[in-house]
Design a binder for this molecule. Structure first.
Ligand code: PHE
Length: 357
């Protein structure tokens, strides 16, 4: 009889436990059944009303009931805690599989990338790079290169003279003063410096860098532009070296089966002087708008180093000869990439720059 009532308590308590779906319900169930004021305690209090002979068995049955319910309660509590943890993990999940944002890649300026290629082309032919100052003296930029004051060749290289000393309001030096400071108009100024640094040994250098001229800024001219000067001096240097080196250079930069032609010209610091043309890469020599229907594109000035210049550099023109050339970088890059306005190069317009990525 007593056992049967315990069985009913167990069944209803178990059912209540199964129905609890959260921590609060679980604690309510515990208070109701297993706490000091709960259902089981009430059952214990009933022991005193039983016959002595029944008390022991009944007490043991209650203890067994408490044990079963406590075990069920512990199990349920662990299950609820586990479920809560799973729910939290699911809600706080971070998706690491999102694709990353694309990284923006920069690129070299078209002048810079072609300049590097040109340097590499000459380095592969045994030239090393020689650096010389941008602020030159009239002497190095002109006079030692056989361009005396008032020489008409100065007209083509009008430039910027610096105020003497540090006083910007002082009257400018003029071109008759050998020490007058000037922004170099061509990299040829470095020819004398390279020869004086390396003489009396052989010279095989290129001098890349910015030059400056007092020009109107147009689609074809800027006040600053890069040149690559080349200079080779030795006891066994000749015009055919010049032609071979420049043909090799043209093929490395413009590709495959380029042809060059040498045309007589004049520079005060070379004798003989030539203008070197590249067969028009656009029309293959047939004639087009870019080459003005001549089939050839003017690429650079060159020649045998003038005896006076050799002497100014410290070499004896009786035993030594030199070849020199000066390549204008912007024109070459414009030809190579079909750029129609030199001003793009220093405008820093991202749309222009990005087209070279
Ligand atoms: N310095 C000349 C110029 O700027 C180019 C040149 C260099 C010509 C070397 C001959 C030899 O126009």
């Amino acid at each position: 009889m007593a056992d049967a009532s315990l069985e009913i308590v167990r069944e209803s308590a178990s059912a209540g436990l199964a129905a609890a779906t959260d921590e609060a319900a679980l604690e309510r169930w515990h208070r109701q059944h297993l706490s000091a004021s709960g259902e089981v305690s009430l059952l214990r209090r009933g022991i005193g009303k039983l016959e002595l002979s029944e008390r022991k068995a009944y007490g043991a049955a209650i203890n067994a009931l408490v044990e079963v319910l406590t075990a069920q309660y512990d199990e349920k509590r662990a299950a609820l805690a586990q479920a809560a943890l799973q729910a939290r993990l699911a809600s706080e999940r971070v998706d690491l599989s999102l694709p990353p944002r694309a990284r923006r890649r920069g690129a070299l300026h078209p002048l810079r990338s072609t300049l590097r290629e040109i340097c590499q082309a000459f380095q592969s032919m045994g030239f090393s790079i020689y650096d010389s100052p941008h602020v030159e003296t009239d002497e190095f930029n002109f006079q030692l290169l056989n361009i005396p004051p008032h020489h008409p060749a100065r007209d083509m290289q009008d430039t910027f003279y610096l105020a003497p000393g540090d006083d910007p309001s002082a009257p400018m030096d003029g071109p008759t003063d050998a020490a007058a400071r000037v922004l170099r108009t061509h990299t040829s100024a470095g020819q004398i410096r390279a020869m004086r640094a390396m003489g009396p040994g052989p010279v095989r250098v290129i001098l890349p860098g910015l030059c400056y001229r007092n020009e109107d800024i147009t689609t074809r001219s800027e006040v600053q532009f890069h040149q690559i000067e080349g200079l080779m001096v030795g006891t066994d240097v000749r015009m055919s070296d010049l032609k071979g080196i420049l043909l090799q250079f043209a093929r490395q930069i413009f590709g495959g089966d380029q042809a060059v032609r040498l045309r007589g010209s004049y520079f005060p610091f070379t004798e003989p002087s030539v203008e070197v043309d590249l067969r028009c890469a656009l029309c293959g020599g047939a004639g087009c708008r870019v080459c003005k229907y001549t089939g050839w594109l003017e690429l650079l000035g060159a020649g045998l180093v003038h005896p006076v210049v050799l002497e100014n550099g410290g070499y004896d023109p009786a035993t030594h000869r030199g070849i020199a050339f000066g390549i204008g970088l912007p024109r070459l890059v414009m030809l190579r990439h079909g750029v129609d306005d030199i001003r793009h190069f220093f405008r820093n317009d991202l749309r222009f720059l990005q087209s070279f990525r």
